[in-house]
Design a protein around this ligand. Structure first.
Ligand SMILES: [Zn+2]
Length: 197
């Protein structure tokens, strides 16, 4: 994953690195590496990368860097990225279904896809650590609709056609609006809308 050139001046209404430190201390006490985060113009919603001996950096897309981005959304993104340090990518096990391949089409990969970054145990742990994940992801879909493209094989959302001037036209709902929408749809989608990044 390519690193960004520069971090941006933070425009959210909370201290993102302070939030990250609080999450690491309370939910990931076993991670002793130094982890920092910043916003930048990156190809995906977020990623974590090793930047040195026991040092990691979480990058969050510029789309998030706005006063109307709820803390709850960034909290979820940071939990997700920290979880990558706790649950590493691994090879698929014998007989394990590869979620990166469409089962509807029954297609077989031409070549093995390699280690999976989000194995089943990753999502189990994410559900435990991030109870607001469905609300957070729903907020992301509502706010950034049309700018996200999910690539199953790469296990990530690509951000399309992002220019910083677009940011002014993005309508960011409140968490209350998103929760109300989810409640309305609860009967239609009883399993929720849990999609990962
Ligand atoms: Zn991930």
């Amino acid at each position: 994953m390519q690193a960004i050139s520069q971090g941006e001046l933070e425009l959210v209404r909370f201290d993102t690195n302070g939030l990250l430190r609080e999450i690491q201390r309370t939910l990931f006490p076993k991670i002793t590496s130094q982890v920092t985060c910043h916003y930048g113009h990156i190809p995906t919603l977020s990623f974590v990368e090793r930047v040195g001996e026991n040092r990691y950096a979480i990058s969050l897309h510029s789309m998030f860097n706005h006063p109307e981005t709820p803390e709850l959304v960034i909290r979820h993104m940071l939990i997700h990225e920290l979880l990558h340090l706790e649950v590493p990518a691994r090879a698929l096990r014998e007989g394990e279904v590869d979620p990166r391949i469409s089962r509807k089409k029954g297609q077989e990969p031409q070549e093995p896809l390699g280690p999976i970054a989000h194995p089943a145990e990753f999502w189990v742990r994410e559900r435990e650590l991030s109870p607001d994940r469905i609300v957070a992801m729903r907020w992301i879909f509502e706010a950034f609709w049309g700018r996200l493209e999910y690539r199953a094989r790469e296990e990530q959302f690509r951000v399309r056609k992002w220019r910083s001037e677009f940011g002014r036209r993005v309508v960011r709902p409140t968490i209350e609006q998103v929760r109300a929408g989810l409640l309305e749809q609860a009967s239609e989608y009883p399993d929720g809308l849990g999609v990962g990044v």
